[in-house]
Design a protein around this ligand. Structure first.
Ligand SMILES: *Cc1c(COP(=O)(O)O)cnc(C)c1O
Ligand SMILES: [Zn+2]
Length: 381
């Protein structure tokens, strides 16, 4: 039997967990984290051109082949025009639209499906606001595993079409991702399918770390002053933060480096984290009646609330919101200023950043990385 190079412990109370079949901490109900020995700087990265380039930091057994579709290694495009528009010194767009099924969700699913396959699960199930379902459908197909997706009827049509095109079974539901989550839990209990819901298993967030490794490497192994992430369930933000923690632990970043300021961007119509942070809370209340056309941000009760609020507190972070109109305007600006196919979530990130600069929360000499988490095409019905 191969011995794993990682263990699982609770992100909140450190209680250890078994590797197989792991879901939430059995002691306190919070998400589990994979923990590794620090990876010392100079450790060779894997000679491959996908997210598994960072294999020394990822949960892969010796001799195991990852389930990959060439996700990751996305470009970071500097835009002096956008830097001027929001009022910072330098600004890069990390363009996650270039991933398989056109969002960063591919990164998480590559790792989660690799681990689920390694555990010999009979199938995969996920509740989704859209892109996670499309990504799971693709990686399930790549792994030869059946996939069941529960998604709100209101999910943009091109995303629902992708889910079905990849051969997954799609159940369209009335309600939001929280309602889909209950159905997915019940389905998993009934069938033994593995539930790949955000932060309910520990491996999607491991795949999200690769965004953090890449942005540090693309800046020649240093960190920017701020990272702006359009945040729904929180996995993207938490993954990047965890990656930078692991790089610092291994000595990959210059001495004295610290975490950048995290800017959590949410929609005015669904902003549980921004509201909780403004109220100094350490957990978020569920958002009643979440509405926004940025479907990736329509997450009323994120499981990662405590972790996100902790990251915001520890990095002098900012959590802000954008109106639907501001999101549309900044999505248009992002696309026309750069030529990148901006998703509304990317527009939300820029809008919240520009407000934060205006409010003096981000300095005008800051270097900032903004995530365009998905593709505009996914929203053009
Ligand atoms: C899922 C998603 C988000 C939110 O990401 P979290 O990791 O859930 O916070 C943002 N943008 C897009 C396009 C998404 O699909
Ligand atoms: Zn715990």
């Amino acid at each position: 039997m191969t011995v794993a190079s990682w263990s699982l412990t609770c992100s909140a109370c450190n209680t250890p967990s078994a590797l197989d079949g792991a879901a939430l901490c059995t002691a306190c109900g919070q998400p589990l984290f994979a923990r590794y020995q620090p990876v010392p700087v100079g450790t060779p990265l894997a000679p491959r051109w996908d997210s598994w380039r960072y294999t020394p930091f990822l949960p892969l057994l010796a001799g195991e082949d990852p389930v990959t579709l060439g996700e990751g290694l996305t470009p970071m495009v500097e835009s002096p025009v956008l830097a001027r528009a929001v009022g910072v010194r330098r600004l890069w767009i990390k363009d996650e639209a270039r991933n398989p099924t056109a969002s960063f969700k591919a990164r998480g699913m590559s790792v989660a499906v690799t681990r689920a396959k390694g555990q010999g699960v009979p199938g995969l199930v996920v509740p989704t606001a859209g892109n996670a379902g499309a990504a799971l459908a693709a990686y399930g197909a790549a792994a030869g595993l059946p996939v069941q997706v529960f998604a709100p009827r209101t999910t943009p049509r091109p995303i629902l079409d992708t889910i079905e095109a990849m051969g997954a079974t799609l159940i369209r539901i009335d309600g939001h991702i929280g309602d889909a989550g209950k159905l997915a839990l019940a389905y998993a209990a009934e069938t033994g399918f593995f539930n790949v819901s955000t932060l309910r298993e520990p491996y999607r967030v491991e795949g999200m770390k690769t965004m953090g490794f890449e942005l540090a490497e693309q800046l020649e192994w240093r960190v920017p002053d701020a990272i702006v992430y359009p945040t729904g369930g929180g996995e993207g933000t938490i993954g990047i933060w965890k990656a930078l923690e692991e790089l610092m632990a291994g000595g990959w970043l210059p001495a004295g480096s610290r975490q950048p300021t995290y800017v959590v961007a949410q929609a005015e119509g669904c902003a549980p984290i921004a509201r909780a942070f403004a109220g100094n809370a350490d957990r978020a209340e569920s958002w009643v009646n979440p509405v926004t056309y940025a479907s990736g941000l329509r997450v009323p009760s994120p499981l990662g609330d405590r972790l996100l609020l902790r990251i915001l507190r520890e990095t002098q972070g900012v959590a802000g919101t954008a109106s639907e109109q501001a999101m549309r305007d900044w999505t248009h600006t992002l696309a026309t200023a750069t030529g990148l196919d901006a998703a509304p979530e990317g527009g939300c990130a820029l809008s919240v950043l520009s407000e934060a600069v205006r409010a003096g929360r981000i300095a005008p000499d800051a270097e900032v990385v903004v995530f365009n988490t998905g593709s505009g095409a996914s929203y053009r019905a």
